[in-house]
Design a protein around this ligand. Sequence first.
Ligand SMILES: Cc1cc2nc3c(=O)[nH]c(=O)nc-3n(C[C@H](O)[C@H](O)[C@H](O)COP(=O)(O)OP(=O)(O)OC[C@H]3O[C@@H](n4cnc5c(N)ncnc54)[C@H](O)[C@@H]3O)c2cc1C
Length: 389
Amino acid sequence: MRLELNAREREFRDRAADWLVKNVPAQARPPSGPDLVAFDREWQLRQYDGGWAGVSWPREYGGAGLSLTEQILWYEQCALFDAPEPGVFSIALGHAGPTLIVEGTEEQKHRHLGPILRGEQVWAQGFSEPGAGSDLAGLRTRAQLDGDELVVRGSKIWTTRAHLSDWQELLVRTEPGARRHRGLSFLIVPMDSPGIDIRPIVTMDGDTPFAEVFYDDVRVPVTNLVGRRGDGWKVAMTTLGFERGTMTLGSVIRLRRLIERVRVLAGERCDRRGRPLLADGETAARLADLESEAVALYALALAFVSEVVHTGRSASGTLIRPFFAELSQRVKRTAADLLGREGLSVDGSRQAAEIVPSYLYSFGHTIGTGTSEVQRNVIAERVLGLPRA
Ligand SMILES: Cc1cc2nc3c(=O)[nH]c(=O)nc-3n(C[C@H](O)[C@H](O)[C@H](O)COP(=O)(O)OP(=O)(O)OC[C@H]3O[C@@H](n4cnc5c(N)ncnc54)[C@H](O)[C@@H]3O)c2cc1C
């Protein structure tokens, strides 16, 4: 493992910092609606024009062609300069694009990768169904071959940003009679295809981050198959690998920044006797625990990157997601606790408006991308080699 930067990497980091100082938008990201999508699009395009979109994506598809080390340096600088997160492009950039780089045809790569980097394509992921979340191989949405098209019928649930998306990664059953994961295929589906009905789901903070999606004889060209027909499980595992590994790296780095902000909050807020909350030993110890766990998680992320860069693979990617998800929940819970009664409402101070929705959304961190329990099973079986439960 090598953790120190060489001269080329240091130069990259300094150039990134210089660009971010001049280009991070001054205005805050709008909370929702078309303004938010427009904001995210503009920020993505600005990064592309500056040569910073897809740092580790191949050059021939619009990326910068650098390694995962530069990618993590870019994430680090973005966190340091409070650059906006990928927002509506998180699925496109985090796993749809990376999956196509590994598994897509040339035609698919040219159709999607450049537009994703320029902020022209929002993507959604249609994997989960009622009754097939953790047990993904049990999914029932079918796609039947009809000439040179596949005809999709069924439904998906918890599809993040379905109502904002242009394209979808859709996992369907194509081989009748084949058992479970053997009969699946991975399709690219335009979200405006006739026969798609999207019904947003309202969450406890009043937002509609995901939707139920119904497919009523939706016709998809067979050229939109990623990988071979019936090989969708392998492609989906590639997607989940990116989702649980590299996609989480940026969030890990931003979590340290968030802890810093929570510490500032604890210094500003006072108890009834007018003492800063940070002067309370229990609060200070709680923050110190969070900080040390975040440092450990960051070290794990760096070890993962170093291993991937030098050997091409790493088992520790599997450990990052559940560790991050649970720590992130505790950080956000701590921030909400520091707000006291204000932490019970989204309509309070500016700080409450920022912290409370993020705290409420954090309940989903240990469910989305696979629950912590299921990921612990994966760690037990595939990393530690323990017998299957
Ligand atoms: C914020 C968020 C965003 C999401 N975005 C998307 C998206 O964009 N696209 C998409 O397709 N899906 C998405 N999902 C859905 C997510 O992938 C599923 O909710 C998740 O896989 C769990 O499936 P389930 O809800 O059906 O729960 P279940 O699988 O029914 O699990 C219920 C409980 O049983 C436990 N359990 C199940 N099996 C085991 C086992 N073998 N061992 C131990 N415990 C077990 C689980 O841990 C859980 O506690 C999202 C979910 C959330 C919360």
